[in-house]
Design a protein around this ligand. Structure first.
Ligand SMILES: [Zn+2]
Length: 124
């Protein structure tokens, strides 16, 4: 498989998820690398997948994400794109240099380090 990448403003590129289906589990092998690139806590990203797919998830010993159930790579990719759009990319300047601030369970803010915008985002 050729490595294709989703491009955003600047040189920000999110690695394409490497998806492996083993039995009744789906594994995102490069999950840690993805989370490092988008600078989000793997726990939050794993929770996003758990919520959207409505299945239990766990993070493995090597940082891989293990989803219960069989999911094809296009679904995994689409959910990652949605996460990045909603919780990484600044809606004002479209830059990726942001921080997700969880003030409490109900109030989440995306703060941009470039333009300074603070945008409320939907908690999950
Ligand atoms: Zn911005």
């Amino acid at each position: 498989m050729l490595p294709s990448k989703v491009e955003y403003k600047g040189r920000f590129q999110v690695p394409k998820p490497k998806v492996l289906i083993v039995g009744d589990k789906t594994i995102i092998q490069n999950f840690k690398q993805i989370c490092d690139t988008i600078r989000r806590d793997p726990k939050i990203v794993s929770k996003w997948y758990a919520k959207e797919l409505a299945v239990p998830v766990q993070i493995g010993d090597r940082g891989e994400l293990i989803l219960t159930g069989r999911f094809n790579s296009s679904i995994i990719q689409r959910l990652l794109d949605m996460f990045v759009e909603k919780y990484v990319i600044c809606p004002t300047c479209k830059g990726p240099d942001t921080e997700l601030i969880r003030l409490d369970r109900k109030v989440w803010i995306l703060r941009c380090h470039v333009c300074g915008a603070e945008t409320p985002v939907e908690p999950f």
